[in-house]
Design a protein around this ligand. Structure first.
Ligand SMILES: *Cc1c(COP(=O)(O)O)cnc(C)c1O
Length: 231
């Protein structure tokens, strides 16, 4: 299967899941998680109409930017972002999806202020409470949202989550539903900064995520095939 055939098939599956919740595929943003895929693969996905590409690593993103891998589509940053690399991402990524600490929020504010831009971000929620994962605890999320709203060079557009690794179909649905309800609760309190995006769902569980209210899915293997970690 080619990248464009994969995207066409996934769009149909996305549409089917969206219709179960009174929406359509047009309401769901499809982000291609393009880590470990080269600029030709990225360009193929863009030609096939992907809505955005998401990268995980700053170094890989920088190299691929120089090779015009993302020309024609918005670039998202979706990986763990170290504070000392913030300046390499701010202003390059249209959306930084993985903002999981107040320190990182402040660092992004500083870098965006220096460039005199407003950086769009999502707050990442560690919904499974996993030690090894970054992201805000659900109980810290409202404070983070309020802080983000006070920072003039940051615009928070919603939430992102990566639930624990699931072993059974449907296993992550309760996590997706929790994130959806956090989104609704907090968004309601943020009158002047309505949130738009709930980024949840990957190749293995995007239909469940959409049924639980996701409107942005990040798909890697489903689009590009299995990643070759030996290269
Ligand atoms: C790699 C990655 C994805 C996509 O994962 P697949 O299972 O390959 O679809 C989504 N989100 C993030 C943050 C990722 O790092």
């Amino acid at each position: 299967m080619s990248i464009s055939e994969n995207i066409a098939r996934l769009r149909r599956e996305i549409d089917r899941a969206a219709r179960e919740t009174g929406r359509t595929g047009a309401d769901i943003t499809l982000v291609g998680a393009s880590k470990m895929n080269d600029e030709a693969a990225c360009q193929e996905a863009i030609a096939a109409g992907i809505d955005a590409l998401g990268e995980n690593r700053v170094q890989e993103m920088t190299q691929k930017l120089a090779r015009h891998a993302y020309d024609g589509a918005p670039l998202h940053f979706i990986g763990h972002l170290q504070r000392n690399k913030v300046r390499q991402v701010v202003g390059k990524a249209a959306l930084i999806q993985s903002v999981g600490s107040e320190a990182l929020l402040r660092e992004i504010e500083k870098a965006a202020g220096r460039l005199e831009i407003v950086q769009d971000i999502l707050l990442e929620v560690n919904i499974g409470g996993e030690e090894a994962k970054s992201g805000f605890a659900p109980s810290d999320l409202y404070a983070a949202a309020k802080l983000a709203a006070q920072l003039p060079h940051i615009r928070c557009r919603g939430l992102m989550t990566i639930p624990p690794v699931a072993h059974l179909p449907g296993e992550n649905t309760p996590y997706f539903e929790k994130v959806r309800s956090l989104f609704v609760d907090i968004s309601e309190k943020m009158y002047d900064n309505k949130w738009e995006y709930i980024s949840m769902g990957m190749s293995g569980d995007f239909a469940d995520a959409i049924r639980a209210g996701s409107n942005m899915v990040r798909l890697g293997t489903g689009i590009f095939g299995a990643r070759n970690y030996t290269k």
